[in-house]
Design a protein around this ligand. Structure first.
Ligand code: FMN
Length: 336
C-alpha cells in the first residue's frame, strides 16, 4: 500500500524559478510539478517521472494502483493521462515544442509515455494562457451545483474536447443518458459496498486524502466511513443519484479500444475538460462507481449504442463554492 507522507502543495508556482534554472535538465524537472498537480483516482498519484536530456519519461507507479476498485487499471491510466496533459500544456507555456510517444517500449509496460521537448523559435504559445492558469485553480467539485443550465457556448467548448479515438457523449445531445446513469449508480454502490476487500481499500485511500490533517480533525474525518458502515452503499448511492439527477450536465467519455493507451488519451481529454471548465467557473466531478463493475459498464456501453467503451463519467455545473486544494506527495517522491 502507498505511504501516507503527503503534504499540501499548491500552484501557482513562481514562474521565474524556471528561468533561474540554467541547466536544461533542471528546467524539465521543474515542469513535472505541473503534472503532479493533476487529478488522480482517489488521489493516488500513480506516477513517476524521469528526466533524460531533452525527454521526460512518464511511468505508472503500480505500487499505487488500487487493485480492487480499478482491477483493469483503467483509472490509473486515466490519471496518468491527466498528468501528461498538464505536462504538455506547461511545456508549451515555457516555449517547448513537444512530441509524445505512448508505451514506447513493450519490455517496459510501466513506461507510459516519453515526451521529447525542443526549444521553439517563437515564444508564441500554442495553448491558451487560460489553460495554464487553470492548472492551478482546477479542483474536483463535489456536492450540488447551481441549478442554472450551462450556457450553450460553454457546452460547445467542453464538447469540442473529443479527439484521437476518444468520444464525448453529453446529456445535451443525449438527454436519456441521465436516467440510465441515475438508475445504475445506486446499484453500483450497493455492489461495491458489499465487497469487504473494496471497503478495506476504500478506507485506506480515504486516509490518503486526509493524511495532512492532524489531531482530532483527522480522527473525526477518518471515523466517518466507519460510522457509516451500517449500510453505507445504500446511503451513498442515493446521495450520488440525487447529485446526478440534479446536475446541469453529465458527460461520458468513451474510447474506440479498451486499451491502456486509449485510457491515457481519454485522461488527457478529461483533464482538458476540467481545465476549460475551471476557467469558466464550472465544476466537474468524476463518478467512477458504475464503470468499476464490468456488468454495469457493459450495460452503459449497450446504452450508448456505439462501438465505444465507456471510460469515464463526469458531472458538470456551475459550482457553488471553490474547494480547497488537495494534498500531493512531495515532488521529490515522484522524480526518479
Ligand atoms: C480516473 C479518476 C477517477 C476518479 N473517481 C472519482 C470518484 O469516483 N469520485 C470522486 O469524488 N472523485 C473521483 N476522482 C477525483 C479524485 O478523487 C481527485 O482528483 C483527487 O482527490 C485529487 O483532487 P483534485 O482533483 O481536486 O486535485 C477521480 C479522478 C480520476 C482522475
Amino acid at each position: 500500500m502507498p505511504d501516507y507522507h503527503y503534504e499540501v502543495t499548491s500552484l501557482p508556482v513562481d514562474e521565474t524559478l524556471f528561468y533561474r534554472r540554467a541547466d536544461s535538465v533542471q528546467r524539465l524537472r521543474f515542469l513535472v510539478r505541473y503534472a503532479h498537480f493533476a487529478p488522480s483516482t482517489y488521489n493516488s498519484q500513480p506516477w513517476k517521472f524521469r528526466v533524460q536530456q531533452n525527454q521526460i519519461w512518464v511511468y505508472a507507479d503500480s505500487s499505487r494502483w488500487l487493485k480492487i476498485a480499478d482491477s483493469d487499471k483503467r483509472e490509473m491510466y486515466l490519471s496518468l493521462g491527466c498528468a501528461i496533459e498538464n505536462l504538455q500544456i506547461a511545456a508549451d507555456h515555457y516555449s517547448f515544442k513537444s512530441e509524445i510517444k505512448y508505451f514506447p517500449d513493450p519490455l517496459q509496460p510501466e513506461l507510459v509515455a516519453i515526451l521529447e521537448l525542443y526549444g521553439r523559435e517563437s515564444d508564441a504559445q500554442l495553448t491558451d494562457a487560460a489553460m495554464m492558469q487553470a492548472i492551478a485553480i482546477r479542483r474536483i467539485c463535489r456536492g450540488h451545483y447551481q441549478r442554472e443550465p450551462l450556457q450553450a457556448s460553454h457546452w460547445a467548448l467542453i464538447e469540442s474536447c473529443n479527439s484521437d479515438g476518444v468520444y464525448l457523449f453529453s446529456t445535451r445531445q443525449m438527454p436519456q443518458l441521465r436516467g440510465k446513469i441515475a438508475e445504475l449508480t445506486p446499484l453500483a454502490y450497493q455492489v461495491l459496498y458489499s465487497d469487504r476487500a473494496y471497503l478495506r481499500e476504500r478506507k485506506q485511500s480515504f486516509t490518503y486524502r486526509q493524511a495532512d490533517l492532524q489531531g482530532l480533525r483527522a480522527l473525526l474525518r477518518r471515523a466517518v466511513p466507519i460510522a457509516l458502515s451500517g449500510n453505507p452503499g445504500k446511503k451513498l448511492g442515493q446521495r450520488d443519484q440525487a447529485l446526478i439527477q440534479n446536475a446541469p450536465g453529465l458527460i461520458v467519455l468513451g474510447t474506440q479500444k479498451d486499451s491502456p493507451e486509449m485510457h491515457v488519451k481519454a485522461g488527457r481529454v478529461f483533464q482538458r475538460i476540467g481545465l476549460i471548465a475551471s476557467s469558466l467557473g464550472i465544476g466537474t466531478q468524476v463518478h467512477s462507481q458504475i464503470l468499476e463493475i464490468p456488468e454495469l459498464r457493459s450495460e452503459l456501453r449497450e446504452y450508448t449504442r456505439r462501438q465505444v467503451y465507456p471510460t469515464m463519467i463526469c458531472r458538470i455545473g456551475y459550482s457553488k463554492r471553490k474547494p480547497k486544494p488537495t494534498p500531493r506527495r512531495p515532488l521529490e517522491d515522484v522524480l526518479i
